[in-house]
Design a protein around this ligand. Structure first.
Ligand SMILES: CC(=O)SCCNC(=O)CCNC(=O)[C@H](O)C(C)(C)COP(=O)(O)OP(=O)(O)OC[C@H]1O[C@@H](n2cnc3c(N)ncnc32)[C@H](O)[C@@H]1OP(=O)(O)O
Length: 550
């Protein structure tokens, strides 16, 4: 049932029960004291509710002209049918000045409350950009604070549907303080309850730090705009000419800045994806993610994987093929699909259990880890660890990306984020080395050394400090230079290094790989390992918090 259908139902029920004879918003018989005082009060209540649900019709038409859904239509799509309970629908601001005292609409421009998503209680607040452009004033902020507090104290996820102009300019510093209260609560709830931001309109200035603090950010093409300073300020300060969309549109944030985790073409798809994501997350950090039996059991062995990895280690292949072969029902949910594509971060299920898969992608930058990939994977590992989602790491990594630009931009600092996130993770952790696993990047990609519980390798694995060519050129440099035939000596030494230190059983012989497996059995091996590790408990030292390399 849509918001307007629901409003009509309320109207019909109220009209049938209490005899309302006028359309919503028009003058009615409120001033006629009934013989039945409660009947009169109930009629008044239903009339007021109906007016609030329907909102200003002219503003609604202007809103729709922008191709946007109304706030209540959004809630209808997000929540299970009929499950929404609204808080403070009658709230109005008490601000004065700039004509505000004459314009005090109910809700104060934000609809807040709770409902269910797939039966799981979920809190929500949604800006109503028909009222003050969705801008946040003191009363508006206090409503948001209320649902944030309720969500944290009851251990339920919270979804913010953002469509507003940021701090309400006429309310000045009290509006800014309202944002401060939102940010403080978001940080307090971080890692305790899932926090999701949905961007279906503008989000300007400091307000953009609310999605930045969320666990996952959804954007819609043509609708979402996020920026700290708008095009006019950019032009005045830097002289750059840029449109709103070029500056902070959905594609920019999902493929360039990395601010947005998901992007969709329209609002209904976006809200359906939010529901789908929530089906993979527990309501809070004390519970496990929901199990879901696979629709169809996969064949016991994926024999096509035996032929996937090229024998020439310089040739790429698509790591997604392996990921797909592992997850139930070919069903995977990829975060940041268009950003830092050299690493894949995927939520899926293996035999019903939600897992987070981190995988190097040899198709992009040969799978090397750069600054963006390190940040993307670090944030994902941290999300999974916070919400009890086991980690599977599929490794084919030639190293960290070399180059002056990467070094000067701080790849040491950013790479440390991924290292820190893995070392900190206490959830079950299983590593699968598919092919290359070189140097520092091998260590970082959840090696046994940093705490993986179990490590498996395909027979194509090459675990080493670096590739054979690089290693031979360094270790045998003098010998190669002095040789009668330097090229023949180089080739011989490369083969020697490869045979001695890069063989498929080298790491296994030293206990750094638990077993070398047939690629076709990877799903079965992982399913067994994850079942075993469900009861894993790893104690953490008592401390306030670590000093993350943020
Ligand atoms: C901590 C912080 O949030 S600091 C950031 C403060 N906010 C800002 O700097 C953004 C100011 N607003 C804007 O730049 C633009 O309004 C945008 C980009 C958000 C939206 O642009 P448009 O879609 O073209 O909408 P438009 O500008 O017409 O705004 C719609 C209505 O919302 C009002 N509005 C928008 N932002 C605000 C605001 N921050 N405070 C009060 N009213 C606002 C507009 O005055 C307008 O009201 P009206 O319909 O009565 O004329």
């Amino acid at each position: 049932m849509t918001a307007s259908e629901r409003a009509s139902t309320i109207w019909r029920d109220s009209a049938a029960t209490f005899g309302r004879q006028h359309p919503p918003g028009a003058a009615g018989p409120h001033d006629q004291v009934s013989d039945d005082p409660m009947g009169y009060r109930l009629r008044e209540l239903f009339d007021a509710r109906t007016d609030i649900v329907e909102g200003d019709q002219a503003a609604t038409r202007r809103h729709r002209a922008k191709g946007k859904l109304t706030v209540r239509e959004r809630l209808d799509l997000l929540l299970d049918e009929g499950s929404f309970h609204e808080v403070e629908p009658f709230r109005r601001h008490r601000a004065t000045g700039f004509g505000l005292e004459k314009h005090r609409p109910a809700t104060d421009g934000v609809v807040a409350g709770w409902g269910t998503v797939h039966g799981q209680r979920t809190f929500v607040y949604a800006h109503d950009s028909r009222i003050f452009g969705g801008a946040l004033g003191e009363a508006h902020a206090q409503k948001i604070h209320k649902v944030q507090d309720l969500a944290l104290e009851t251990g339920c996820p919270i979804v913010a549907i953002n469509d507003g102009g940021g701090a309400r300019i006429q309310e000045g510093v009290t509006a800014l303080a309202g944002y401060g209260g939102i940010f403080r609560r978001q940080v307090a709830a971080s890692g305790v309850i899932p926090q999701i931001s949905v961007m279906v309109g503008p989000c300007a200035g400091g307000a953009a730090y609310s999605p930045a603090l969320a666990d996952v950010v959804f954007c819609v093409r043509g609708t979402s705009q996020m920026f700290i300073t708008g095009p006019d300020v950019v032009a005045a300060v830097t002289g750059e000419t840029v449109t709103l969309d070029e500056l902070g549109g959905a594609d920019v944030h999902s493929s360039v800045s990395g601010v947005a985790t998901f992007v969709t073409d329209d609002e209904p798809t976006c809200l359906e994806e939010v529901r789908y994501l929530l089906a993979h997350l527990p309501p809070n950090n004390r519970e496990l993610p929901p199990m879901m039996e696979p629709g169809a059991e996969l064949p016991a062995r994926a024999e096509e994987l035996r032929r996937l990895v090229p024998t020439d280690p310089r040739l790429p292949y698509d790591m997604r093929v392996i990921v797909r072969s592992l997850v139930d029902d070919d069903d995977l949910f990829e975060l940041h699909e268009n950003w830092a594509q050299n690493v894949l971060c995927v939520l899926g299920r293996i035999r019903g259990q939600v897992v987070g898969i981190v995988a190097n992608q040899p198709l992009v930058l040969a799978g090397a880890l750069d600054i963006q990939a390190s940040e993307k994977a670090a944030r994902f590992v941290s999300l999974c660890d916070a919400f009890n989602i086991p980690l599977v790491s599929l490794v084919d990594v030639p190293g960290f990306l070399p180059g002056v630009a990467q070094e000067h931009a701080g790849i040491i600092r950013h790479g440390a984020k991924l290292l820190y996130a893995y070392c900190n993770a206490t959830v079950p952790r299983v590593q699968v080395i598919v092919r290359k696993a070189y140097g520092g990047a091998y260590i970082v990609m959840d090696s046994r050394g940093i705490g993986a519980d179990l490590s498996f390798a395909w027979p194509t694995n090459e675990v080493a400090v670096m590739g054979a060519e690089g290693a031979a050129n360094i270790v045998f440099r003098r010998e190669i230079a002095a040789a009668d035939d330097p090229e023949a000596t180089r080739r011989a030494r490369i083969e020697e290094y490869r045979g001695e230190l890069m063989g498929p059983y080298h790491a296994a012989e030293r206990g750094l790989v638990d077993d070398v497996i047939d690629p076709a059995d990877t799903r079965a091996v992982l399913a067994e390992a994850l079942t075993l590790l469900r009861t894993k408990h790893r104690a953490v030292p008592d401390r306030k918090h670590g000093n993350h390399p943020v």
